[in-house]
Design a protein. Sequence first.
Length: 301
Amino acid sequence: MKLGMVGLGRMGANMARRLMRAGHAIVAYDPLPTAAEAMRREGATIVDSFDALVAALPAPRAVWVMVPAGEATEATLENLATRLAAGDTVVEGGNSNYKDSQRRARTFAARAVDYVDVGTSGGVWGLAEGYSLMIGGDEAAVERLRPIFESLAPGADRGWGRVGPSGAGHFTKMIHNGIEYGLMQAYAEGFSILRHKEDLALDLHQVAEIWRHGSVVRSWLLDLTSSALAADPALASIAPHVSDSGEGRWTVQEAIDLDVPAPVITLALLARLRSRDDESFGDRLLAALRQQFGGHAVKKA
């Protein structure tokens, strides 16, 4: 199958590589010359404009957009909307807000172009292991792209599926990432307790390796924890600053809107926000209040 791709960042490039290895032809556009040239050397057809991308694809066209969520995605889709024709399909595989996906689907539907939103998980390991694909959109449009999804997924019959109408793919991925926040936070807290029990001199990498086999807490995240501890047991080279890309916030907001209690995911998000406060005025005030009402000693800065 011949697929157009916009965006050759690390994940987009790895997805293109996996598809080409499965025998699909890729026509790609990326404004960054180095990214485009790298994929040209690997066999992709590289074009230098949206017009050239559309012209190089046979009708009905399918174009996969894999650029950062937000303004970059919005601008890319606006460019494609004016160039694609009835019967074509746009696939958006970034971490967009599902409400944006629903809006965009309506925009493309007015032009008789199918819009398929694909929540994509797998990160840097997806090239070798395959990607988990949560797909929203018209059933017929998804079925037309079955060969692409089967090639990207861990297997033709696993790791991917249409979960609902437009927006459902990115909604499901949003909740997936919220769950991920909670799992990561639980591992982080547990290993922190182990590390602080200094009198037992626990080898955290050894513990992670034991838990990886047969334990009820084994998971891919635990595999990655073990790898990180093997490379740097004290994690001394990593600053204690944890970013977020938005999905956790959206998950918490959706839980509030739906009156669904989600304390673990919410606290995991708050822990990430706390990690970024180098000055921590709030903690200074807490110490000051303890001194004020109880005469407790404070540490001087």
